[in-house]
Design a protein around this ligand. Structure first.
Ligand code: IPE
Ligand code: IPE
Ligand code: MG
Ligand code: MG
Ligand code: MG
Length: 330
């Protein structure tokens, strides 16, 4: 497989930003959050564009590019890059792993939008894949994106054990114990009154599992999961469990509070479809506080990792700011 766009000896992917000089750096000397996030997302998108290039422009590949390349906050890829930054991980490897995670995420979104699932017509500000290309193509886009995600990991320029560990992480995240199981639970709970514990379990599976995998995969690129690193993986798991749940709680809240332009999706869909969510069960203000508490817990979980976890903390701040902006306190 071709490697990513950054030089192989660039351990962070930041060297190309050198020309921006001091303006790109904060007081601690690290790149400003908006700079590394924009740059990281751009690099991962370049990898996606390269990996999803058809020799001949088949409609299926065009639909895969449509599903993958147009927008999205790239949270999962950035989590992967940030976790990879805990060690001396080659940037080109992280960019490829981040692209694999984003392909898998796009697969879950395309299937989530299908008429048999949430029946959504808008995603990332554009008509959903089944609206634009037809339902059969949308199903195949999900299938193929999933396959390409695994192909990307299997083809990494890394030792076999490492590649197997990454493939296993991603497979587990979308298995019956992960996103697929969580989505099944989501559909089974339509119109039902359920306890918060059940919603939390569903959220941890349907979206939390892939967030956890994104963090773990970034770390696994260069840090062995052995006894010497048990505390680090434990901290990362606590961080990602809180962050993954917070992201879905925020998504539930914004479905109620935000408009189409902000969401790039149709607002009010959860209530219209009688989906029990954190917002519907707890009420907006309590759900908002729940999300804020989870983001704080995630921050505390990585505190022992020190300054090398700065980028993981900055992603929490980004989510916090997003919540404040689009779901202000009543
Ligand atoms: C949407 O995820 C689906 C959820 C799991 C909440 P994002 O809000 O991260 O979607 P994009 O990638 O930014 O479009
Ligand atoms: C879906 O949750 C999470 C996935 C596994 C894709 P939602 O159904 O709430 O996601 P949106 O609101 O459509 O993005
Ligand atoms: Mg859904
Ligand atoms: Mg949905
Ligand atoms: Mg939603």
């Amino acid at each position: 497989m071709q490697t990513g766009s950054t030089p192989q000896n660039d351990r962070t992917g930041d060297s190309a930003l050198g020309e921006l000089g001091a303006q790109a750096r904060g007081a601690s000397g690290g790149l400003l959050p908006e700079i590394w996030m924009q740059d990281g997302a751009k690099r991962v998108e370049q990898v996606l564009a390269r990996l999803l290039r058809a020799e001949h422009e088949a409609e299926l590949m065009a639909a895969m590019r449509y599903a993958t390349l147009h927008g999205g906050k790239r949270t999962r890829a950035l989590l992967c890059l940030a976790a990879g930054g805990l060690a001396d991980t080659p940037a080109h490897m992280l960019d490829d792993v981040g692209a694999a995670v984003e392909m898998m995420h796009a697969c879950t979104l395309v299937h989530d939008d299908l008429p048999a699932m949430d029946d959504d017509v808008l995603r990332r500000g554009l008509p959903t894949v089944h609206v634009k290309f037809g339902e059969a193509t949308a199903i195949l886009v999900g299938d193929a994106l999933q396959a390409h995600a695994f192909l990307t990991l299997a083809s990494l320029d890394a030792p076999g054990d490492n590649r197997i560990a990454l493939v296993r992480e991603l497979a587990q995240a979308v298995s019956a114990e992960g996103a697929a199981g969580g989505q099944a639970m989501d559909l089974s709970l339509v119109g039902k009154h359920v306890e918060l514990d059940k919603i939390v379990e569903m959220h941890r599976m349907k979206s939390g599992a892939l967030v956890r995998a994104s963090v773990r995969m970034g770390a696994l690129c260069a840090i062995a999961e052995d006894a010497a690193h048990a505390a680090l993986y434990c901290a990362l798991d606590h961080y990602s469990a809180c962050f993954g749940l917070a992201l879905q709680v925020i998504d539930d809240i914004l479905d109620v509070t935000a408009d189409t332009a902000t969401l790039g999706k149709t607002p009010g869909k959860d209530a219209a479809a009688q989906k029990p969510t954190c917002a519907s069960i707890m009420g907006l203000q309590a759900a908002r506080q729940f999300a804020l508490d989870l983001l704080r817990d995630a921050r505390e979980a990585i505190a022992p990792l020190g300054p090398r976890a700065e980028r993981l903390a900055q992603l929490l701040q980004r989510a916090n700011a997003y919540l404040f902006k689009h779901a202000p306190c009543a």
